[in-house]
Ligand binder design. Structure first.
Ligand code: PMP
Length: 427
């Protein structure tokens, strides 16, 4: 049994010694002390089904034994910076990662986070093209440092500091967007931004395939090919942010962009890459990667032996346990059940997503699509009380995000939907 400090004691310390910007879920935040596969345990030993996977950071399952063993083994052997000397862990993982990407995407730069990966990708694009202008989508989240906060396009996550050279295109959102599911119509805005907002030449277009923080918005079909084509015509390169949608999560494909039939010039990743260990990566072509030889470029801990050993172990688990197939099968089943729940409850305005990256948008009026901002908090609180931890997001904070560890089972899916049904019925 757990013998450490209580939730109240931790909260008091946190309020006194940690940044006031840190936020938490639930009126009384949970003190989690243990994780095992798709389950989390609080200080009293109570078990919760984790339908949010630490914000999609856990693919293989909490404390997956293979990943833990790889971390412990490497920690006992050597932990070090990645610069100056050789070590096999970083090279082995780079090779394995490159084998999962299409075309000429073969050169890997490791970072410590998704923000760092996107910052680097944007800098590479600017160096390669000699242009400054970048296009990102409204409602996107790409990180919280200078450049990536510019690319992020939700006022919730933007501070009033200089964010230069990013233009935000109309979001191809099938539920709330003006053109419904007609991706090509939305993509015309990219042409307009290039013609009216830039010199006619741009550095890059960056987007998620399914917006995570933005509330699981899957880009309308046909959008990505049209957008990529316009950006390429303007001399720009295309960056796919796979921080949430990568690593088999979408089930049908290993990477989110693959469902859209495009091949990016740069792919960025983090979160699931290390099954919860801080790690990020930028993967690009040998030609584009050359720009970084103009100056010395390094990242002290990016791709360090312990984190890359974890990454390689996680990738092997995804393959060995066929987690992509599981994400596809369980995700499709879960989406079906959530759609049935939508027929029963007026408050569910939309069910969307792919594989184990699903969204359930709550609205108080289906016609007006009025965000059910308060109601969602009640449902979420009750789901927690009944043993299910679910995520929440979207610009209005009214979308449930379901991004569990990929070992989630059909029984887990049933439990999640039954608990959601009960919680909504009691709201
Ligand atoms: N891109 C996407 C799509 C993300 O969801 C996030 C994190 N929510 C980031 C980038 C930034 O990653 P990190 O928090 O690791 O810096």
């Amino acid at each position: 049994p757990y013998v450490g400090p209580t939730a109240d004691q931790i909260l008091r310390k946190r309020n006194e010694f940690l940044s006031p910007s840190m936020f938490y879920f639930y009126k009384k935040p949970l003190n989690l002390v243990h994780g095992k596969m798709q389950y989390l345990f609080d200080e009293s030993g109570r078990r919760y089904l984790d339908a949010f996977g630490g914000i999609a950071t856990v693919c293989c399952g909490h404390c997956h034994p293979d990943v833990v063993q790889a971390i412990v083994k490497q920690t006992n052997n050597l932990q070090h910076s990645t610069i100056l000397y050789l070590n096999h862990a970083i090279a082995d993982f780079a090779e394995a990662l490159a084998s999962k990407l299409p075309g000429d995407l073969k050169v890997v730069f490791f970072t410590n986070s998704g923000t760092e990966a996107n910052e680097l990708a944007m800098m590479i694009a600017r160096l390669y093209t000699g242009c400054h202008d970048i296009i990102s989508l409204r409602n996107a989240y790409h990180g919280n440092a200078a450049g990536t906060m510019g690319a992020t396009a939700q006022s919730n996550w933007k501070f009033n500091v200089v964010q230069s050279g990013v233009h935000h295109a109309v979001n191809p959102d099938p539920y709330r967007g003006i053109f419904g599911s007609d991706g090509e119509q939305y993509a015309k805005d990219i042409e307009d931004l290039i013609q009216f907002g830039t010199s006619g030449r741009v550095a890059a277009f960056i987007s998620e395939a399914i917006q995570g923080v933005g509330g699981i918005v899957e880009l309308a079909p046909g959008y990505m090919p049209a957008a990529y084509s316009s950006v390429k015509k303007a001399g720009g390169i295309c960056i796919a942010d796979e921080v949430q949608s990568g690593f088999a999560r979408t089930g049908s494909h290993f990477w989110g962009f693959e469902a859209h039939g495009v091949v990016p010039d740069i792919v960025t990743m983090a979160k699931g890459i290390g099954n919860g260990i801080p790690l990020g990566a930028v993967v690009t072509t040998p030609e584009i990667a050359q720009v970084l030889t103009q100056r010395s470029y390094f990242n002290t801990f990016g791709g360090n032996p312990v984190c890359t050993a974890a990454g390689l172990a996680a990738l092997r688990v995804i393959e060995k346990e066929k987690l992509q197939d599981n994400a596809h099968a369980v995700g499709s089943y879960l989406k079906g059940r959530l759609n049935t729940l939508k027929d029963k409850h007026e408050i569910i305005g939309d069910v969307r997503g792919r594989g184990l990256m699903l969204g359930v948008e709550l609205v108080t009026d289906r016609q007006l699509k009025t965000p059910a901002k308060v109601e969602i908090l009640h449902v979420m609180e009750q789901m927690k009380d009944n043993g299910v931890l679910i995520g929440k997001g979207g610009f209005y904070g009214n979308v449930f995000r379901v991004t569990p560890p990929l070992c989630f089972t059909k029984e887990d899916a049933d439990f999640l939907v039954d608990v959601m049904d009960y919680a909504i019925s009691n709201t």
